[in-house]
Design a protein around this ligand. Structure first.
Ligand code: GLA
Length: 390
Protein backbone atom coordinates (compact mmCIF):
# COMPACT_ATOMS: atom_id res chain seq x y z
CA UNK A 1 0.00 0.00 0.00
CA UNK A 2 2.79 2.42 0.89
CA UNK A 3 4.48 2.30 -2.46
CA UNK A 4 1.21 1.91 -4.33
CA UNK A 5 0.05 5.41 -3.32
CA UNK A 6 3.39 6.93 -4.35
CA UNK A 7 3.29 5.18 -7.71
CA UNK A 8 -0.36 6.08 -8.22
CA UNK A 9 0.44 9.74 -7.62
CA UNK A 10 2.95 9.68 -10.49
CA UNK A 11 0.60 7.70 -12.67
CA UNK A 12 -2.35 10.06 -12.10
CA UNK A 13 -0.51 13.38 -12.04
CA UNK A 14 2.71 12.71 -13.96
CA UNK A 15 6.37 12.38 -13.01
CA UNK A 16 8.16 15.46 -11.77
CA UNK A 17 11.25 16.38 -9.79
CA UNK A 18 9.04 17.78 -7.02
CA UNK A 19 9.43 15.58 -3.93
CA UNK A 20 6.75 13.08 -2.96
CA UNK A 21 6.36 12.51 0.78
CA UNK A 22 4.43 9.70 2.40
CA UNK A 23 2.22 9.83 5.52
CA UNK A 24 0.12 7.34 7.45
CA UNK A 25 -2.68 7.41 9.98
CA UNK A 26 -4.23 4.33 11.65
CA UNK A 27 -7.83 3.41 12.38
CA UNK A 28 -8.87 2.98 16.00
CA UNK A 29 -10.81 0.67 18.23
CA UNK A 30 -12.26 1.73 21.54
CA UNK A 31 -11.69 -0.89 24.23
CA UNK A 32 -14.13 0.61 26.73
CA UNK A 33 -15.81 3.98 27.41
CA UNK A 34 -18.54 4.36 24.84
CA UNK A 35 -20.68 7.47 24.36
CA UNK A 36 -18.80 9.14 27.18
CA UNK A 37 -16.65 11.50 25.09
CA UNK A 38 -19.39 14.06 24.46
CA UNK A 39 -20.29 13.87 28.15
CA UNK A 40 -16.86 14.94 29.38
CA UNK A 41 -15.94 11.40 30.41
CA UNK A 42 -13.17 8.87 30.01
CA UNK A 43 -12.49 6.78 26.91
CA UNK A 44 -9.91 4.05 26.40
CA UNK A 45 -9.16 3.58 22.69
CA UNK A 46 -6.06 2.36 20.89
CA UNK A 47 -4.71 2.78 17.37
CA UNK A 48 -4.98 -0.22 15.05
CA UNK A 49 -2.15 -1.63 13.01
CA UNK A 50 -3.92 -0.81 9.78
CA UNK A 51 -4.91 2.56 8.40
CA UNK A 52 -4.67 5.12 5.61
CA UNK A 53 -1.58 6.13 3.59
CA UNK A 54 -1.27 9.41 1.72
CA UNK A 55 1.37 10.37 -0.84
CA UNK A 56 1.58 14.13 -1.28
CA UNK A 57 3.47 16.48 -3.63
CA UNK A 58 3.42 20.27 -3.51
CA UNK A 59 2.36 22.42 -6.47
CA UNK A 60 3.06 26.09 -6.96
CA UNK A 61 -0.50 27.09 -7.84
CA UNK A 62 -3.69 26.94 -5.75
CA UNK A 63 -5.06 23.69 -7.04
CA UNK A 64 -5.50 20.55 -4.97
CA UNK A 65 -5.87 17.23 -6.78
CA UNK A 66 -7.15 14.30 -4.75
CA UNK A 67 -7.46 10.64 -5.65
CA UNK A 68 -7.88 7.39 -3.76
CA UNK A 69 -6.93 3.80 -4.47
CA UNK A 70 -10.15 2.74 -2.74
CA UNK A 71 -12.63 4.74 -4.82
CA UNK A 72 -12.84 5.71 -8.49
CA UNK A 73 -13.73 9.32 -7.78
CA UNK A 74 -10.99 11.92 -8.36
CA UNK A 75 -11.50 15.48 -7.17
CA UNK A 76 -9.98 18.84 -8.10
CA UNK A 77 -10.39 21.72 -5.67
CA UNK A 78 -9.39 25.39 -5.82
CA UNK A 79 -7.99 26.56 -2.50
CA UNK A 80 -9.89 29.84 -2.90
CA UNK A 81 -13.26 28.12 -2.91
CA UNK A 82 -13.53 25.06 -0.72
CA UNK A 83 -17.08 24.05 0.12
CA UNK A 84 -18.93 20.85 0.99
CA UNK A 85 -20.09 19.01 -2.11
CA UNK A 86 -22.13 15.83 -1.73
CA UNK A 87 -20.78 14.59 -5.05
CA UNK A 88 -17.27 14.74 -3.63
CA UNK A 89 -18.09 11.90 -1.25
CA UNK A 90 -14.92 10.78 0.65
CA UNK A 91 -12.99 13.87 -0.49
CA UNK A 92 -15.14 16.06 1.78
CA UNK A 93 -13.08 14.82 4.77
CA UNK A 94 -9.71 16.09 3.52
CA UNK A 95 -11.42 19.17 2.07
CA UNK A 96 -12.89 19.89 5.52
CA UNK A 97 -9.42 19.76 7.05
CA UNK A 98 -8.08 22.25 4.47
CA UNK A 99 -11.02 24.58 5.07
CA UNK A 100 -10.53 24.58 8.84
CA UNK A 101 -6.78 25.16 8.44
CA UNK A 102 -7.60 28.19 6.27
CA UNK A 103 -10.14 29.46 8.79
CA UNK A 104 -7.39 29.30 11.41
CA UNK A 105 -5.24 31.53 9.21
CA UNK A 106 -2.74 28.94 7.94
CA UNK A 107 -1.42 29.44 4.42
CA UNK A 108 -0.34 26.79 1.96
CA UNK A 109 -0.20 26.26 -1.77
CA UNK A 110 -1.86 23.56 -3.85
CA UNK A 111 -0.75 19.93 -3.96
CA UNK A 112 -1.51 16.51 -5.33
CA UNK A 113 -2.47 13.79 -2.86
CA UNK A 114 -3.33 10.12 -3.29
CA UNK A 115 -4.87 8.13 -0.45
CA UNK A 116 -4.99 4.37 -0.02
CA UNK A 117 -5.99 2.34 2.99
CA UNK A 118 -7.36 -0.84 4.41
CA UNK A 119 -9.79 0.33 7.09
CA UNK A 120 -13.24 -0.97 6.17
CA UNK A 121 -15.36 2.10 5.43
CA UNK A 122 -18.44 2.71 7.55
CA UNK A 123 -17.54 -0.05 10.03
CA UNK A 124 -16.95 2.26 12.97
CA UNK A 125 -13.16 1.89 12.95
CA UNK A 126 -12.62 5.58 12.21
CA UNK A 127 -11.77 5.53 8.53
CA UNK A 128 -12.96 9.16 8.45
CA UNK A 129 -10.83 10.33 11.37
CA UNK A 130 -7.93 8.48 9.74
CA UNK A 131 -8.20 10.27 6.39
CA UNK A 132 -8.69 13.60 8.18
CA UNK A 133 -5.64 13.08 10.34
CA UNK A 134 -3.37 11.84 7.56
CA UNK A 135 -4.31 14.97 5.57
CA UNK A 136 -3.73 17.27 8.53
CA UNK A 137 -0.36 15.75 9.41
CA UNK A 138 0.79 15.75 5.77
CA UNK A 139 -0.15 19.38 5.13
CA UNK A 140 1.29 20.44 8.48
CA UNK A 141 4.65 18.81 7.68
CA UNK A 142 4.92 19.59 3.98
CA UNK A 143 4.08 23.28 4.45
CA UNK A 144 5.86 23.66 7.82
CA UNK A 145 2.78 24.97 9.57
CA UNK A 146 4.18 23.95 13.00
CA UNK A 147 0.84 22.99 14.51
CA UNK A 148 1.23 20.73 17.52
CA UNK A 149 -0.42 17.34 17.45
CA UNK A 150 -3.22 18.02 19.94
CA UNK A 151 -4.24 21.08 17.96
CA UNK A 152 -4.28 19.01 14.78
CA UNK A 153 -6.56 16.55 16.56
CA UNK A 154 -8.94 19.38 17.51
CA UNK A 155 -8.85 20.82 13.98
CA UNK A 156 -9.82 17.44 12.54
CA UNK A 157 -12.73 17.09 14.96
CA UNK A 158 -13.89 20.56 13.94
CA UNK A 159 -13.65 19.61 10.27
CA UNK A 160 -15.94 16.67 10.93
CA UNK A 161 -18.35 18.69 13.10
CA UNK A 162 -18.69 21.82 11.01
CA UNK A 163 -17.71 20.86 7.45
CA UNK A 164 -18.87 17.26 7.13
CA UNK A 165 -21.69 17.87 9.63
CA UNK A 166 -21.17 14.88 11.93
CA UNK A 167 -21.37 15.92 15.56
CA UNK A 168 -18.76 13.44 16.88
CA UNK A 169 -16.74 13.76 20.08
CA UNK A 170 -12.93 13.96 20.21
CA UNK A 171 -12.11 10.26 20.77
CA UNK A 172 -11.55 9.09 17.20
CA UNK A 173 -9.30 11.91 16.07
CA UNK A 174 -7.39 11.73 19.34
CA UNK A 175 -6.82 7.98 19.08
CA UNK A 176 -5.56 8.06 15.50
CA UNK A 177 -3.50 11.20 16.05
CA UNK A 178 -1.97 10.26 19.41
CA UNK A 179 -1.87 6.44 19.32
CA UNK A 180 1.21 4.61 20.56
CA UNK A 181 2.30 1.11 19.65
CA UNK A 182 1.43 -1.45 22.31
CA UNK A 183 -0.55 1.06 24.38
CA UNK A 184 -4.12 2.20 24.83
CA UNK A 185 -4.89 5.82 25.68
CA UNK A 186 -6.79 6.80 28.79
CA UNK A 187 -8.27 10.13 27.78
CA UNK A 188 -10.44 12.50 29.78
CA UNK A 189 -12.41 14.06 27.01
CA UNK A 190 -13.26 17.46 28.52
CA UNK A 191 -9.76 18.42 29.68
CA UNK A 192 -7.88 16.24 27.14
CA UNK A 193 -5.64 14.99 29.94
CA UNK A 194 -4.32 11.65 28.83
CA UNK A 195 -1.94 8.85 29.67
CA UNK A 196 -0.67 5.79 27.83
CA UNK A 197 -1.42 2.44 29.40
CA UNK A 198 0.64 -0.58 28.25
CA UNK A 199 -1.60 -3.29 26.82
CA UNK A 200 0.08 -6.38 28.17
CA UNK A 201 -2.11 -8.93 26.49
CA UNK A 202 0.34 -11.79 26.52
CA UNK A 203 -1.46 -14.95 25.43
CA UNK A 204 -4.47 -12.99 24.13
CA UNK A 205 -5.47 -11.36 20.85
CA UNK A 206 -7.73 -8.41 20.10
CA UNK A 207 -10.33 -9.48 17.57
CA UNK A 208 -12.56 -7.03 15.78
CA UNK A 209 -15.69 -8.45 14.23
CA UNK A 210 -17.61 -6.45 11.66
CA UNK A 211 -21.39 -7.00 11.62
CA UNK A 212 -21.30 -5.92 7.97
CA UNK A 213 -24.68 -4.34 8.60
CA UNK A 214 -25.55 -1.40 6.36
CA UNK A 215 -26.09 1.44 8.81
CA UNK A 216 -28.76 3.96 7.93
CA UNK A 217 -29.56 7.08 9.94
CA UNK A 218 -26.48 6.64 12.11
CA UNK A 219 -25.86 10.36 12.44
CA UNK A 220 -29.40 11.22 13.44
CA UNK A 221 -29.54 8.44 16.04
CA UNK A 222 -26.15 9.55 17.38
CA UNK A 223 -27.35 13.14 17.66
CA UNK A 224 -30.54 11.96 19.37
CA UNK A 225 -28.45 10.25 22.08
CA UNK A 226 -26.38 13.39 22.49
CA UNK A 227 -29.43 15.53 23.11
CA UNK A 228 -30.96 12.96 25.46
CA UNK A 229 -27.79 13.18 27.55
CA UNK A 230 -27.99 16.96 27.54
CA UNK A 231 -31.60 16.87 28.70
CA UNK A 232 -30.84 14.38 31.48
CA UNK A 233 -28.03 16.68 32.60
CA UNK A 234 -30.31 19.72 32.89
CA UNK A 235 -32.44 17.82 35.44
CA UNK A 236 -29.44 16.72 37.51
CA UNK A 237 -28.02 20.23 37.42
CA UNK A 238 -31.00 21.43 39.44
CA UNK A 239 -29.44 19.81 42.48
CA UNK A 240 -25.84 19.08 41.55
CA UNK A 241 -23.14 21.62 40.64
CA UNK A 242 -21.87 19.70 37.59
CA UNK A 243 -20.90 20.72 34.07
CA UNK A 244 -21.39 17.32 32.47
CA UNK A 245 -22.78 13.85 33.21
CA UNK A 246 -19.36 12.36 33.83
CA UNK A 247 -18.88 14.53 36.91
CA UNK A 248 -21.74 12.67 38.58
CA UNK A 249 -20.60 9.63 40.56
CA UNK A 250 -22.59 6.40 40.54
CA UNK A 251 -23.55 6.96 44.21
CA UNK A 252 -24.70 10.52 43.57
CA UNK A 253 -26.70 9.36 40.60
CA UNK A 254 -28.54 6.78 42.72
CA UNK A 255 -29.38 9.51 45.18
CA UNK A 256 -30.57 12.06 42.64
CA UNK A 257 -31.81 10.02 39.67
CA UNK A 258 -35.46 10.68 40.48
CA UNK A 259 -34.91 14.29 39.51
CA UNK A 260 -35.01 12.97 35.94
CA UNK A 261 -38.73 12.41 35.37
CA UNK A 262 -38.38 10.45 32.14
CA UNK A 263 -37.39 6.77 32.32
CA UNK A 264 -35.55 6.82 28.98
CA UNK A 265 -33.45 9.85 29.91
CA UNK A 266 -32.68 8.27 33.27
CA UNK A 267 -31.37 5.15 31.51
CA UNK A 268 -29.20 7.21 29.15
CA UNK A 269 -27.64 9.04 32.09
CA UNK A 270 -27.11 5.79 33.98
CA UNK A 271 -25.18 4.33 31.06
CA UNK A 272 -22.85 7.32 30.80
CA UNK A 273 -22.24 7.52 34.54
CA UNK A 274 -21.63 3.80 35.08
CA UNK A 275 -19.56 3.53 31.87
CA UNK A 276 -17.29 6.29 33.04
CA UNK A 277 -16.55 4.34 36.22
CA UNK A 278 -16.07 1.13 34.22
CA UNK A 279 -13.28 2.78 32.22
CA UNK A 280 -11.31 3.58 35.37
CA UNK A 281 -11.98 0.13 36.80
CA UNK A 282 -10.85 -1.45 33.53
CA UNK A 283 -7.60 0.51 33.49
CA UNK A 284 -6.95 -0.56 37.06
CA UNK A 285 -7.62 -4.19 36.11
CA UNK A 286 -5.13 -3.90 33.24
CA UNK A 287 -2.53 -2.36 35.49
CA UNK A 288 -3.10 -5.26 37.92
CA UNK A 289 -2.68 -7.67 35.00
CA UNK A 290 -6.23 -8.92 35.59
CA UNK A 291 -7.41 -9.56 32.03
CA UNK A 292 -10.39 -11.55 33.23
CA UNK A 293 -11.68 -8.56 35.21
CA UNK A 294 -11.02 -6.33 32.20
CA UNK A 295 -13.11 -8.70 30.08
CA UNK A 296 -15.96 -8.70 32.61
CA UNK A 297 -16.09 -4.91 32.49
CA UNK A 298 -16.25 -5.07 28.68
CA UNK A 299 -19.27 -7.35 28.96
CA UNK A 300 -20.94 -5.02 31.48
CA UNK A 301 -20.26 -2.16 29.10
CA UNK A 302 -22.02 -3.98 26.28
CA UNK A 303 -25.01 -4.79 28.48
CA UNK A 304 -25.31 -1.17 29.51
CA UNK A 305 -25.10 -0.04 25.87
CA UNK A 306 -27.79 -2.58 25.02
CA UNK A 307 -30.21 -2.03 27.91
CA UNK A 308 -29.70 1.57 29.00
CA UNK A 309 -28.25 3.38 26.01
CA UNK A 310 -30.03 1.22 23.42
CA UNK A 311 -27.46 1.50 20.63
CA UNK A 312 -26.68 -2.15 19.92
CA UNK A 313 -29.27 -3.99 17.81
CA UNK A 314 -29.57 -7.66 16.96
CA UNK A 315 -26.41 -7.89 14.85
CA UNK A 316 -24.06 -6.57 17.54
CA UNK A 317 -25.90 -8.46 20.28
CA UNK A 318 -25.67 -11.71 18.32
CA UNK A 319 -21.93 -11.29 17.79
CA UNK A 320 -21.34 -10.68 21.49
CA UNK A 321 -23.66 -13.48 22.56
CA UNK A 322 -22.02 -16.01 20.25
CA UNK A 323 -18.52 -14.88 21.22
CA UNK A 324 -19.26 -15.23 24.93
CA UNK A 325 -20.37 -18.84 24.48
CA UNK A 326 -16.74 -19.73 23.78
CA UNK A 327 -14.47 -20.57 26.68
CA UNK A 328 -11.48 -18.70 25.33
CA UNK A 329 -13.28 -15.34 25.11
CA UNK A 330 -12.70 -13.16 28.17
CA UNK A 331 -14.61 -10.12 27.00
CA UNK A 332 -16.63 -8.84 24.07
CA UNK A 333 -18.56 -5.66 23.40
CA UNK A 334 -19.71 -3.33 20.68
CA UNK A 335 -17.25 -0.56 19.88
CA UNK A 336 -17.80 2.90 18.41
CA UNK A 337 -21.17 4.56 17.92
CA UNK A 338 -23.18 1.33 17.62
CA UNK A 339 -26.32 0.47 15.59
CA UNK A 340 -24.05 -1.81 13.54
CA UNK A 341 -20.31 -1.53 12.99
CA UNK A 342 -18.00 -3.78 14.97
CA UNK A 343 -17.46 -5.61 18.21
CA UNK A 344 -14.13 -5.90 19.97
CA UNK A 345 -13.25 -9.12 21.79
CA UNK A 346 -10.31 -10.27 23.89
CA UNK A 347 -9.64 -13.88 22.98
CA UNK A 348 -7.09 -16.42 24.19
CA UNK A 349 -4.57 -17.02 21.44
CA UNK A 350 -5.37 -20.72 21.20
CA UNK A 351 -9.11 -19.99 20.82
CA UNK A 352 -8.80 -17.55 17.90
CA UNK A 353 -9.39 -20.14 15.20
CA UNK A 354 -12.44 -21.53 16.96
CA UNK A 355 -13.76 -17.97 17.41
CA UNK A 356 -13.51 -17.21 13.72
CA UNK A 357 -15.13 -20.46 12.72
CA UNK A 358 -17.93 -20.67 15.28
CA UNK A 359 -18.89 -17.00 15.51
CA UNK A 360 -18.92 -16.71 11.73
CA UNK A 361 -21.08 -19.80 11.34
CA UNK A 362 -23.60 -18.97 14.07
CA UNK A 363 -23.90 -15.29 13.15
CA UNK A 364 -24.46 -16.16 9.51
CA UNK A 365 -27.15 -18.65 10.49
CA UNK A 366 -28.98 -16.13 12.65
CA UNK A 367 -28.52 -12.94 10.65
CA UNK A 368 -28.42 -14.21 7.08
CA UNK A 369 -25.02 -12.91 6.00
CA UNK A 370 -21.46 -13.34 7.25
CA UNK A 371 -19.45 -11.10 9.58
CA UNK A 372 -15.77 -10.31 8.98
CA UNK A 373 -13.18 -10.94 11.68
CA UNK A 374 -9.93 -8.93 11.83
CA UNK A 375 -7.06 -9.76 14.15
CA UNK A 376 -5.37 -6.53 15.08
CA UNK A 377 -2.28 -5.41 16.88
CA UNK A 378 -2.01 -2.02 18.57
CA UNK A 379 -0.19 0.33 16.24
CA UNK A 380 1.37 3.79 16.17
CA UNK A 381 -0.50 7.05 15.66
CA UNK A 382 -0.23 9.21 12.54
CA UNK A 383 3.13 10.27 11.12
CA UNK A 384 5.51 10.42 8.18
CA UNK A 385 6.71 7.16 6.67
CA UNK A 386 10.05 6.53 4.99
CA UNK A 387 9.78 4.64 1.75
CA UNK A 388 12.04 3.06 -0.79
CA UNK A 389 11.13 3.05 -4.42
CA UNK A 390 10.88 -0.32 -6.11
C1 GLA B 1 -18.32 7.68 17.43
C2 GLA B 1 -17.87 9.12 17.67
C3 GLA B 1 -17.00 9.21 18.94
C4 GLA B 1 -17.71 8.57 20.12
C5 GLA B 1 -18.23 7.18 19.76
C6 GLA B 1 -19.08 6.58 20.86
O1 GLA B 1 -17.22 6.88 17.15
O2 GLA B 1 -17.12 9.59 16.56
O3 GLA B 1 -16.67 10.55 19.19
O4 GLA B 1 -18.74 9.38 20.58
O5 GLA B 1 -19.01 7.20 18.57
O6 GLA B 1 -18.30 6.31 21.98
Amino acid sequence: MEIAVVEALEKFYGKSDREIRLFYSPGRVNLIGEHTDYNGGYVFPCALDFGTYAAIRKRDDKKVFMASLNFDLKVEVDLDSIFYDKEHDWANYPKGVLKILQEEGYEFSGFEIVFGGNIPVGAGLSSSASIEMVTAVAVNEVFNLNIDRINLVKLCQRAENTFVGVNCGIMDQFAVGMGKKGHAILLKSDTLEYSYVPLNLEGYKILITNTNKKRGLLDSKYNERRSECEKALTYLKKALPVKNLSEVTVERFEEYKDLIPDEVLRKRARHVITENKRVLDAVKALNDNDIVKFGKLMIESHNSLRNDFEVTGKELDTLVEEALKLKGVVGSRMTGAGFGGCTVSIVKEDAVEEFIEVVTRNYTQKIGYAPTVYITGVGEGAGEVEYLRR
